[in-house]
Design a protein around this ligand. Structure first.
Ligand code: FAD
Ligand code: MG
Length: 344
């Protein structure tokens, strides 16, 4: 065959292959599950539906693995092994649990104990969200407070940990969902997923951008209204958004709302003016720990902490409907309910 004709055919074939590649349409695949005591949804965009479903299944399997290691609700989790051995032995744990415990300790330090992974005894005493929820007596709280102190966690280089006082109890409910979201993010990235929304019971990771290239718009819950009512929208790309609020797990007694975010210094649900704390950053584990910490610290201390950290932003909403937004987020957050007032 003439050389020119061969080159011509090759050119046409290459163009056809290129065009067929471009026309592959990305479609959403979405699956939900119930784990970590909450509803989980993963939605991703792919040109191969079956593969998309497999990626989500792999993600849910990974979350289940994390839950088995870190749940206080599972008797033989690694966290409960440390709890059962409190005051006695060091327990060697997996890299997963070790990483989350180390991060918990670093957030306990920088929040000066507002975030404290040894909060377990108090969480158990209040029992918020369980059948045994109640307001404990002053004596019971004083007693439980003796077991809450992150300085009494000892670690060795081989990923083993010990709680130094018998009866101390770890609880990673304020951070482990974030770790799980980061692990799902890793799986999606390995599988070359560019557009996805990971939602682990409000622990959100907005992967990449929307299909049309614009930022994701994340609704921020109105803490005074029922779930699904938004007070504002946040624009993000490839970041995690995590909110801690007093409106999901609580009970009311004598007109007082008792919720699940406990002040480790006082032993009571945090009551510092803030009723919702949202953190935006690259790692969902950081966002999770910091949302719990800033909720407890309140506006002044919380904002100071967030402004001292690079690439971490926050939105704090108070009981009096004032909204405080950190410097890097002011252009990306819009209030849609005029009841709420933006403060400088
Ligand atoms: P966050 O503000 O992120 O966390 C509040 C939680 O953190 C509290 O519930 C408490 O666990 C802990 N905490 C409270 N005060 C502090 C403090 N000062 N410092 C540090 N931590 C604090 N729920 C169930 O009902 N059933 C289950 O089987 C179950 N299993 C779980 C397993 C795992 C591995 C995890 C991570 C959570 C599980 N949960 C379970 C808990 C449930 O999902 C919680 O509601 C959730 O962890 C709280 O997250 P949040 O985003 O609402 O609030
Ligand atoms: Mg949290």
């Amino acid at each position: 065959m003439n050389k020119k004709i061969v080159i011509g055919i090759l050119y046409i074939l290459t163009t056809l292959i290129f065009l067929s590649g471009c026309s592959k349409e990305l479609k959403p695949v979405e699956e939900s599950s119930y784990m970590l005591g909450t509803y989980l949804t993963i939605k991703l965009w792919t040109d191969h539906e079956e593969e998309g479903k497999e990626i989500i299944k792999k993600s849910f399997d990974r979350i289940q693995e994390i839950e088995k290691k870190m749940s206080v609700n599972l008797e033989d989790s690694e966290i409960n092994k440390i709890n059962h051995a409190s005051g006695e032995d060091f327990i060697k744990v997996s890299k997963d649990t070790s990483e989350v415990l180390k991060k918990s300790l670093s957030y306990a330090k920088i929040s000066r104990g507002a975030f404290d992974p040894t909060i377990g005894k108090l969480v158990q005493l209040w029992g918020i969200g369980t059948d045994s929820e109640r307001v404990p007596s002053r004596e019971e709280i004083e007693n439980a407070l003796k077991y809450v102190n992150f300085h009494r966690i000892k670690e060795k280089n081989d990923d083993s940990f010990q709680l130094q006082n018998k009866g101390m109890r770890l609880d990673l409910g304020g951070i482990a969902k974030g770790y799980a979201a980061d692990e799902v993010y890793k799986i999606l990235k390995e599988k070359k997923i560019e557009h996805a929304m990971i939602n682990l019971g409000g622990n959100i990771y907005a992967v990449g951008n929307k299909l049309d290239g614009s930022s994701w718009k994340i609704g921020i819950q109105d803490p005074l209204q029922k779930t699904g009512t938004h007070m504002g929208y946040l624009e993000v790309s490839n970041q995690s958004v995590v909110t801690s609020g007093n409106y999901e797990r609580f009970f009311v007694q004598n007109n007082e709302r008792y919720h699940h975010i406990i002040d480790p210094h006082k032993g009571y649900p945090a009551k510092n003016g803030v009723i919702s704390a949202t953190i935006v950053t690259d790692k969902s584990m950081d966002a999770d720990a910091l949302s719990t910490a800033t909720y407890i610290l309140g506006v002044d201390e919380g904002m100071k902490l967030i402004e001292s950290l690079e690439n971490v932003e926050c939105i704090l909403v108070t009981q009096s409907q004032e909204v405080y937004v950190s410097s890097g987020l002011k252009k990306k957050f819009n209030i849609i309910n005029e009841k709420f007032h933006l403060k400088d």
